[in-house]
Write a protein that binds this ligand. Structure first.
Ligand SMILES: Cc1cc2nc3c(=O)[nH]c(=O)nc-3n(C[C@H](O)[C@H](O)[C@H](O)COP(=O)(O)OP(=O)(O)OC[C@H]3O[C@@H](n4cnc5c(N)ncnc54)[C@H](O)[C@@H]3O)c2cc1C
Length: 446
């Protein structure tokens, strides 16, 4: 039986009228706001959390994956701003010369940098502001509806960017959305935990340092330490001398687009974080004094919806290091797909592991503009984790520097759509590429 329904209607104020509206202030949303503001647009951004940064700050993840293909700084533009500011301020606790692999940071420090960048760019924004709906006519978004503590209000813009990670706006506007693999299975989430009292030098010397903490995991599972027998563990990553953020404990089957599922999994995640604490303290060297000091303010979600666009970037493009006339950037992170369940299926023919999936030094794949333009919609861009890619390419492009690339392009393009008052497909892509180059984007083929 379907649930009873009520109708709900109110007259609400249009609180902001701007060129570009951005839903969500994670890596993609901040990059989009930066791109749009640098292109001269007035911008309003609504962010549900109390900070910018999405999974990388509120979600507690403290490592920015690769900025470079080991020869070229591919996440250039907004990504370089982040990378250089983290280093200049002494906030990058570990990194290789070109940020190839691990720029570790304390989430609070990255929040500060996003605040500064948004303020300097003249972006208007409010936190604790949830986008709860939109009005769309014939594929044109007319306005969005937001909720904040002060009440419900509307924002009118000429162009809109969906940077919610989950494709909320594209879904509401009637976009064609795809979830997970062919059966709809998604990558698991992780509720990140914060730990103090870790002796990183001792841990590293013992052989169970940053990337090798699974050493005695099998034994601990056999000893009954864990509720779920999860043999895959990314690990605790350091920030500062004695602390770390735990990317530990997969939440299988979590649906990041359903608060009921998020609630159940937050409860489970809190419980299993303590089990990992027991494992680290009792089984590994350097972690004996480790204490849980907090959890992220949101469950970290790796995969939900992707908005199918005018082109779907696919794994063949990845391996072919594709070049597109309309490319807005290039990227290179390996194909990182976490198992969807505790009993992973056998690998398909031609399926490669994350370790085997890396392109060679100096190699990258192109990202066409058409991945940012959802089918049948006219003034609503996708960006970040919800762009138009297949599941394998999502495994690469979903990391934060990848989201900076698609975010800055969608924001820059949105500014052009707003200025010319046209459909997303009518802007001059060469001009877009020129504008992206002005903010430093890596476009070697243009
Ligand atoms: C456990 C885990 C570990 C990871 N590890 C790494 C790593 O080590 N390095 C790396 O680079 N990447 C990592 N990633 C991937 C990366 O963090 C995310 O894919 C990336 O943050 C996605 O960026 P985004 O801007 O698209 O979305 P998000 O980071 O999810 O940001 C979306 C933002 O939009 C806001 N929002 C959503 N809906 C609404 C709404 N309706 N109204 C208002 N605001 C809304 C959210 O509050 C959020 O701030 C990891 C991800 C997870 C889950």
């Amino acid at each position: 039986m379907s649930a009873p329904e009520v109708s709900f209607s109110r007259s609400i104020p249009v609180r902001h009228e701007v060129d570009v509206f951005i839903a969500g202030g994670g890596p993609a949303g901040t990059a989009a706001a930066y791109g749009a503001a640098k292109a001269g647009a007035s911008v309003f951004l609504a962010e549900g959390e109390i900070c910018f940064g999405g999974v990388g700050t509120a979600g507690g993840i403290n490592m920015l994956c690769v900025f470079s293909d080991r020869e070229n700084f591919v996440a250039d533009g907004f990504g370089r701003e982040i990378y250089e500011r983290l280093h200049k301020r002494g906030f990058a606790s570990r990194s290789t010369p070109y940020g190839w692999r691990d720029v570790h940071f304390a989430p609070e420090n990255l929040k500060l940098i996003y605040d500064e960048l948004m303020d300097e760019a003249g972006v208007k924004y409010t936190f604790n502001t949830h986008v709860i709906g939109l009005e769309c006519e014939g594929g044109w978004v007319k306005h969005v509806i937001c909720y904040g503590k002060s009440g419900i209000f509307a924002v009118k813009a000429k162009a809109y960017v969906d940077a919610t990670g989950d494709g909320d706006l594209c879904t509401w506007a009637g976009g064609e959305m795809v979830v997970g693999d062919a059966e709809g299975n998604r990558q698991p989430g992780t509720f990140v935990s914060f730990w103090s009292g870790i002796d990183w030098d001792k841990a590293e010397a013992s052989g169970n340092g940053v990337w090798k903490q699974e050493g005695k995991l099998k034994q601990a599972i056999a000893d009954g330490v864990f509720t779920q027998h999860d043999y895959g563990m990314p690990g605790i990553l350091p920030y500062g001398k004695l602390s770390g953020a735990g990317n530990i404990g997969h939440l299988f089957g979590v649906d990041g687009t359903d608060e009921r599922s998020l609630t159940e999994n937050a409860v489970l995640g809190r419980k299993i974080a303590r089990e990992y604490g027991e494992y680290f303290r009792k089984y590994l060297t350097g972690y004996e004094q480790m204490e849980l000091v907090g959890m992220g303010s949101r469950v970290g979600i790796r995969e939900t919806r992707r908005a199918m666009g005018d082109y779907v970037l696919n794994v063949d493009d990845y391996w072919n290091k594709a070049v597109f006339d309309d490319e807005i950037g290039r990227y290179c992170y390996g194909i990182d797909i976490h198992a969807t369940s505790l009993t992973p299926k056998k690998k398909k023919e031609k399926e490669v592991s994350f370790g085997e999936s890396w392109l060679k030094d100096g190699e990258s794949y192109g990202i066409p503009y058409r991945c940012l333009t959802p089918k049948n919609l006219h003034n609503l861009f996708s960006s970040g984790r919800c762009v138009s890619v297949d599941r394998e390419v999502l495994g690469s492009i979903r990391v934060m520097p990848g989201c900076y690339i698609t975010g800055q392009a969608s924001g820059t393009a949105a500014a052009m759509v707003a200025e010319k008052d046209v459909d997303m497909r009518s802007i001059d892509v060469k001009e877009l590429q020129g504008n992206l180059k002005k903010i430093g984007a890596y476009l070697p083929n243009m």
